[in-house]
Design a protein around this ligand. Sequence first.
Ligand code: NDP
Length: 310
Amino acid sequence: MINIYFAAKPASWAEYETPLRTALDEIGVAYTLSASCDVPEKIDYLIYAPGGPVSDFTPYTNAKAVLCLWAGVESIVENVTLKIPLTRMVDHGLTQGMIEWVTGHVLRHHLGMDQHILGQDGKWRLGAPPLATDRTVSILGLGALGTACAQTLAALNFKVQGWSRSKKQIDGVACFHGEAGLAQILSNTEIAVLLLPLTEATENLINATRLAQMPRGAVIINPGRGPLIDDATLLAALDRGQISHATLDVFRTEPLPADDPYWAHPQVTVTPHIASETRPITAARVIAENVQRDVMGEPLLHVVDRALGY
Ligand code: NDP
C-alpha cells in the first residue's frame, strides 16, 4: 500500500482530490490519499505546494519523494530538512496557459494594440503594424515553458532568440547561452520574455548593465519571477525611455502592495501572477506517472537539481 499525503494548501484539496484519485486509479497501484497526516513515518510520497502545512520534512522518515505541484521551486529547494528527491511540475495545461499569455502580451506590444484600444479619440491614424518577420523576440530561459513559447512565436514567424545556461538547439530559434550569449542576445532584443527560475545565479539578472545592453525602446515581459529584475533600475530605465514598457506578472512581494510604484507607472502593466497555473487534471497525471515510475524502480521525471536550484 502506497500512502500519499496531499501537503499543498488545504483550499486546493477540493479541486485536486478527484483528478488525483482518477489518475492514481489508472496506474493501478494500491494507495491511500489524504489531505491530513497523523503518522508521518507511514507516508511514501508528499504532494507539495507553497503555502501548505509542511515545512519540516524530518518526520517523514520513509518518504521516497516530494512531488511539487508548482514549476517554480525556489520556496523549497533550499529546505535543509528535505533529503529525498524533489520533482517539479511540468504540466501540459500549465505550459499551454503560459504559451497563450506570453503570445498575447507579445502580440499586444508587437502590434501596438494600446494605441487603438486606448486611443479612441476620433483621429484616423494611418500605418499598419510591422510583420512578425521584422520583430525580434528573445526568451530568457529555454526550459519547459520557454521552449514552448519560443516555438509558438517562431511558428508565428517572429525572429525568435533564446538564452539558457546550457547550449541548446531548437528549430526556428537562435539559441545563446552563458554570460557572453546574454550580452549578444540582448543587443538586438525588441521584446524580452523572462522565463527563468529564481536562483542565486538569476536574481537581479536584469540590472542596469543588462537594460543598457538592450536597444532603446525595448519591451520587457516577466512571467518568470519578480526578483529576476532589479526593480529600481527597471523603473529608472522606463522613466528614461530606454525600456518603453514592462508587463509584469510576478513580483518580489505578492500580492503587489497597493502603493508600489509599478501600479502607478504609465509604462507598466501589472498582472497578478496569473500568467499560468498548474491545471489539476493534467497535473494529476504527472504526479501519478511519477508515483508509478518510482514504484516500478524507474527514474522520476522532472527532478530538481538542488545544487543548481531548479
Ligand atoms: P525549467 O527548469 O524547465 O527551465 C528553466 C530554464 O532557465 C532552462 O532553460 C535553464 O537553462 C534556464 N536557466 C536557469 N538558470 C539559468 C542561468 N543561470 N542562466 C541561464 N539560463 C538559466 O523551468 P520552466 O520552463 O518549467 O519554468 C520557468 C519558470 O517560470 C519557473 O521557474 C517559474 O519561476 C516560472 N513560472 C511562472 C508562472 C506564472 O504564472 N507566472 C507559472 C509557472 C512557472 P538549462 O536549460 O540550460 O538548464
